[in-house]
Write a protein that binds this ligand. Structure first.
Ligand code: ZN
Length: 243
């Protein structure tokens, strides 16, 4: 089985389309949450993802707030503005679908599980070694894929923990050996590692190989839509610098 790994699409249809066009052959998609928020195409992104019929999909914090399940209290003013706009424009059907998304972690098979933030809490960020250590204690399978930070990262734990990566360059590949791995394949729709290209992953179960890839997309169209929607301009500007 070859899984396409998509996380943090954030209503960026141009980035999602570029990823789907550039992705090597795959069987099913895994979607790690935050389909909406920040970008100008929440309905179109939801419909595109639904059409993919993913093998698994879990919710992110923006999905919860956009669907009306949680308040905006934990969001900064930019995220707050964008999610209020999102909640306003979403069709009732898409909002209901978003509200019904399950929380992570979700088991994919005996080797792989997915979560949005961390395996112990869907809203917690895994940035550094200390965060990763907490996650290694609770993850149940050799490979745990996560999102939420929008920063590609890979951690390996055998007898002790070693960071591998962060994944850089056009393609980063790792083979899941005897160790356990915690990997963020990056954000499709709002990268924050200084590389504005859309990020995604591909996991091959036969060879237990995970690849993290980047693809350029039509940033200026995504930006124009953000401005035209009346969303804060900084949300358009950040796409160009990947922050
Ligand atoms: Zn996100």
């Amino acid at each position: 089985m070859r899984y396409l790994v998509l996380s943090d699409i954030h209503a960026n249809l141009e980035a999602l389309e570029a990823v789907l066009a550039a992705a090597p052959a795959y069987d099913r998609a895994l979607v790690l949450g935050d389909l909406v928020g920040y970008g100008a195409d929440p309905d179109a992104v939801i419909e595109r993802v639904r059409a993919l019929d993913p093998a698994a999909i879990i919710r992110g914090n923006h999905d919860k707030v956009g669907a009306g399940l949680e308040s905006v209290a934990s969001f900064n003013h930019l995220a707050r503005y964008a999610i209020a706009w999102t909640s306003h424009v979403l069709t009732p059907a898409n909002k209901a679908w978003l509200a019904a998304l399950p929380a992570g972690p979700a088991a994919i098979d005996d080797h792989v599980e997915i979560c949005h933030g961390a395996p112990f809490d869907e809203d917690v960020y895994i940035f550094d070694d200390l965060d990763a250590r907490r996650a290694f204690i609770v993850m149940q399978r050799p490979l745990c894929l996560f999102g939420h930070t929008h920063v590609p990262a890979a951690f390996r734990f055998l007898r002790d923990m070693e960071p591998v990566g962060p994944p850089r360059g056009p393609r980063f590949e790792l083979k899941v050996d005897d160790a356990r791995y915690l990997v963020n394949c990056g954000a499709v729709g709002q990268p924050r590692d200084g590389d504005p290209r859309a990020a995604f992953g591909l996991y091959e179960t036969d060879t237990r190989t995970l690849s993290v890839m980047r693809v350029p997309y039509d940033i200026s169209t995504a930006q124009s839509k953000i401005i035209a929607a009346g969303l804060p301009e900084v949300l358009a500007q950040r796409l160009a610098i990947g922050r």
